[in-house]
Write a protein that binds this ligand. Structure first.
Ligand code: IMP
Ligand code: MG
Length: 183
């Protein structure tokens, strides 16, 4: 990982132990909240896959798994709010309790689009579980029902989060040096 770490600011924002501990807490809370319900976890490709893979194993309930891939037009570091579904759910969600698992909520535009879209398909409930939240940059009123960590307004990578599709394989979350995305 040495090649990847040289693009990060030296202080790691969230390390492996912190990630594992928080993911376990979220899993326990979700297990409690969805007791007796039919839960469908919907992961947003690709950023949420590492988080989802860990979270899923901390949820002690029968559940099913599905994925959507969405692309938001905009630059690599800013979303535009114009969202397109590149890969839709494989199964219908009518009367199901859906928990959308996302890597980070930034402006909130992506999640707000997706939530409305899933609601219109007749789900019994839609909640959001986001590993990270950057509330300072929010443009729409949107909360995450389950949040791992609140982060400052900086571009973060690792544990699934990318910049230009890279850095997803970092085992912890760091802040990208600004010169990496300046040019
Ligand atoms: P939003 O529509 O602005 O909330 O954007 C959410 C999406 O932007 C996330 O799913 C990420 O893919 C991406 N994103 C926003 N901030 C970051 C970041 O700091 N690092 C990596 N991806 C980010
Ligand atoms: Mg994303």
């Amino acid at each position: 990982m040495r090649e990847l770490y040289k693009d990060l600011q030296p202080e790691i924002l969230i390390n492996r132990e912190q990630l594992a501990a928080r993911v376990a807490e979220l899993g326990a809370q979700i297990t409690k909240d969805y007791h007796g319900k039919e839960l469908v976890l919907v992961g947003i490709l690709k950023g949420a896959v590492i988080f989802l893979a860990d979270l899923l194993r901390e949820i002690d309930l029968p559940l099913t798994l599905d994925f959507v891939a969405i692309s938001s037009y905009g630059s690599a570091t800013k979303s535009s709010g114009v969202v397109r579904i590149m890969k839709d759910l494989d199964h219908d969600i009518v009367d199901k309790h859906v928990l959308v698992v996302e890597d980070i909520i930034d402006t909130g535009l992506t999640m707000s689009f997706l939530k409305n879209n899933l609601l219109s398909r007749g789900a019994a409930s839609i909640r959001v579980c986001s590993l990270l939240d950057k509330p300072e940059r929010r443009l729409v009123r949107l909360g995450s029902d389950y949040t791992g960590f609140t982060v400052p307004d900086a571009f973060v990578v690792g544990y699934g989060l990318d910049y230009g599709q890279r850095y997803r394989n970092l085992p912890e979350i760091g802040v990208l040096k600004s010169e990496i995305y300046a040019n």
